[in-house]
Write a protein that binds this ligand. Sequence first.
Ligand SMILES: [Cu+2]
Length: 197
Amino acid sequence: MRRNLVAVALLALAGAVVGSLLAWIGVAKRAPPPPIDPLPRTAILIDHHGKPLDLSALRGRPAIVFFGFTFCPDVCPTHLGHLAKILTVLGPDAERVTALFISVDPERDTPEKLREFVSCFHPRLIGATGTPAQVAAAAKSFGASYRRSDAVAPDPAWYLIDHSTQMYVLDRDGRWCATLGAETPIPVATDLIRRLL
Ligand SMILES: [Cu+2]
C-alpha cells in the first residue's frame, strides 16, 4: 500500500514538472524577441503614392523593412518574393503588419515606378523613396548600407547598387528586434511576426 502511495506521489510530481516545463516552453514560444537595437527608427520619406512617410509613424504595428532598388536583377526580386510569401501565409494577420521596401536608388525609382514594382509582389507592400539625403538618413537609422557600382554596366544609366540584404523586423514600438533573410523558413518568419502582433 505504502509503495503504491509513493508511486502515485512520484507520478504526480513528474506530471507537475512536465506541466510546468510545457507551460514554460509555451510562454517562451509566445514571447516576442527582445530588441537588438532599442532605438526607434526616424526618417521622413515619400511613399509610392507620393505622400510623406514618416518612419516613426510606423509604430503601433510590427514592420518588415527591406532596402533595395527596382532595377536590381536578382537580390531584390528574391527577397521581396520571400517577403510576399510570408505575408501570404500570415493571411488576415498581414493586415496588421507594415511591409516596406525603401529604394536606395532615388535617381531612378520614382513613386510611380515603385508603385508598379511593389504591386508585382504583394498588395500590402509599400514602396518608399526620397531625396538622396532622406534615403541616406533612413538607411543610416537601420545600419543598412548601399553603394553604386558601375563596374558591370555597359550603359551608365544601367548602373547597379550593392546593398544590404537583411529584412529588418521592427516591433510595435519601432524597435529593431530581428532580421530575416531569403533563407529564413516561412514558418519561422510567420511565427516571429505573430509573436509581435
Ligand atoms: Cu537588390
